[in-house]
Ligand binder design. Structure first.
Ligand SMILES: [Fe+2]
Length: 548
């Protein structure tokens, strides 16, 4: 069966294609349109479809819209409470419902040949859940979904037994842990539904001094649900405005919200485990991108293993919806092979771009070794290799790399990217060496957990260690990522350290680089020393004196 998955109801709109139970392609629309998150998560944008990523998914498989057996749309407007045609109901939520209902017609217009009657609406949280249990390398699992909101709920807890999903609990709106975290994000001067990871990073600098107030306001109900009272954030700290420098009380608020989130999540997973007795927990939904909370669930929770969908936010619902429908149509669903599911370019295509840009380039005999050598000489390297990543993390396809042994490289990378100095950068490490250096669940291929750095190593890789002594690592398996592994080995031969800093290849506020043109734009505008793109190496001239 050929099933195209579509996410469009809120933001991070995306497409995914599942053919005969295998993920063939998956990508976020922002990588094509170059607009971060693709669109705003407001009702007025619900009609906007991930047209470019959908067309690319079909091209990648050599299919046309008429070849699809089904289209899976990761939101079910019939479940939305404002379904009577009143478009202004509840702050225009009725309009979202109307646009979602019309999605088959919009899709037919965007992708001529597509049969609008083949579109199936999948409940938003079922799409998130399927993106976890179908994509995970496990036959059966307990599944927990937590996000800002779906049609009428903000969470789903259940069990996938290998054949069907047994929903054990959902939490109705307005109670939402995702929206709680979004509110705190906004109060701290960051962009809500976008910058939540900054609150998580800031939390490490504070103490949870407001935890008693948040314990009063956010309570679990003992049945897999929770209630959240209206919170007046200003009674705790004054709001932070864009461009202001944070003060200790802001970090304390971030630490308090993070701490309460972790406590509630632990209670929810304990309840779920008591209900299922499963060994494995799979997770998705935007809250599952909180790698500090994920690590707490691993460390203090009852499950033996926790697997988190790398595209845990809404972008992952296109894949989950497609897998769900493919399963319903009788296909056996294979786990996702990794996160490198996006676009790729042949060397002749990349070389044509380099010629167009008129940049001098070389073709080293051993590119990963040349990059390892450049890193050991303290170059910052833009690494563009293979298929781009699905989800928000750079995982060795579109990465900025640097030497972690030099403490100043943290500030240097944040300067290159034009972002706040409290933001950490993360290390990649050979999977066989990871247990010597980091604790916690290993392998950890998707940067979804934080790991304590073992004694003796914090001083050796200071740029990669967060202020709280942890690192959000990516373990590299040489079988799955041979090029990255060779680069790491080359760097280790020269430095004695099997760790390299890996942060996303983009600058602040922009989507990750996806195409060669994006890479050249980024290299041309940011002080990156080397661009390793396909088989080619571009070095920034060391003599930058003005000429003429
Ligand atoms: Fe969601």
């Amino acid at each position: 069966m050929r099933v195209l998955g579509i996410n469009a109801a809120f933001h991070d709109h995306s497409s995914a294609l599942v053919v005969d139970g295998n993920v063939v392609a998956a990508a976020e629309e922002e990588r094509f349109t170059r607009r971060k998150h693709g669109k705003l998560p407001v009702p007025f944008s619900t009609w906007e479809l991930p047209e470019e990523s959908a067309r690319w998914c079909l091209r990648e498989a050599g299919l046309g819209p008429e070849d699809l057996d089904a289209v899976a749309y990761g939101y079910d407007p019939s479940l939305a409470p404002f379904d009577d045609g009143d478009v202004v109901a509840n702050g225009w939520e009725g309009l979202r419902t109307l646009y979602a209902k019309r999605a088959p017609r919009f899709l037919e217009t965007a992708l001529p040949g597509l049969d609008p009657s083949s579109v199936r609406f999948i409940p938003h949280h079922v799409a998130h859940a399927a993106s976890a249990y179908h994509a995970a390398p496990h036959e059966r699992s307990s599944v927990l979904v937590l996000d800002g909101r779906g049609e009428h709920a903000s969470s789903l807890a259940g069990r996938w037994d290998g054949r069907c999903l047994d929903v054990l609990s959902i939490q109705e709106l307005p109670h939402s842990l995702g929206l709680l975290y979004e509110e705190a994000t906004e109060h701290l001067g960051f962009r809500r539904a976008s910058d939540e990871y900054k609150v998580m990073a800031l939390a490490s600098y504070g103490e949870p001094t407001f935890l008693p107030q948040l314990r009063d306001a956010v309570r679990t109900t003992g049945d897999g649900g929770f209630t959240i009272d209206r919170i007046d954030w200003a009674t705790m700290t004054k709001p932070m405005h864009d461009g202001e420098t944070w003060e200790p009380e802001h970090a304390d608020l971030a630490a308090s919200v993070q701490a309460r989130l972790e406590e509630v999540l632990l209670e929810l997973v304990r309840w779920l485990h008591a209900a299922t007795g499963d060994a494995v927990l799979t997770m998705a939904g935007g809250v599952a991108l909180n790698c500090v909370a994920n690590s707490r669930i691993v460390r203090d929770g009852p499950f033996e293993e926790v697997w988190v969908q790398p595209a845990a936010g809404d972008s992952g619902t296109s894949l989950g919806a497609a897998m769900h429908v493919a399963h319903e149509l009788g296909d056996h669903i294979e786990p996702m092979p990794g996160a490198a599911l996006g676009r790729r370019w042949r060397d002749d295509e990349i070389e044509a771009w380099l010629r167009t840009a008129r940049v001098p380039y070389s073709r080293p005999d051993d590119l990963p070794d040349a990059v390892g050598a450049a890193l050991a000489e303290d170059a910052v390297v833009a690494w563009f290799q293979g298929r781009s990543e699905y989800g928000p993390r750079a995982l060795g396809s579109r990465s900025l790399l640097a030497d972690p042994t030099r403490a100043e490289n943290l500030e240097r990378l944040n300067d290159i990217k034009g972002r706040e100095q409290f933001r950490p950068v993360a290390p990649m490490v050979m999977v066989d060496r990871a247990p010597d250096i980091f604790d916690g669940p290993i392998p950890s291929p998707y940067m979804l957990f934080t790991h304590r750095v073992r004694p003796g190593w914090s001083e050796r890789i200071p740029a990669a260690v967060h202020v709280d002594g942890t690192a959000r690592i990516q373990t590299v398996d040489p079988e799955r990522e041979p090029l990255v592994a060779r680069m790491l080995r080359s760097f280790e031969r020269r430095s004695g350290v099997p760790v390299v800093i890996n942060t996303s290849l983009n600058t602040a506020g922009r989507p990750m680089v996806d195409a060669p043109r994006d890479a050249l734009e980024c290299f041309g505008s940011a002080p990156v020393d080397v661009l390793a793109i396909g088989s080619f190496l571009v070095r920034r001239p060391t003599d930058t004196r003005r000429v003429g």
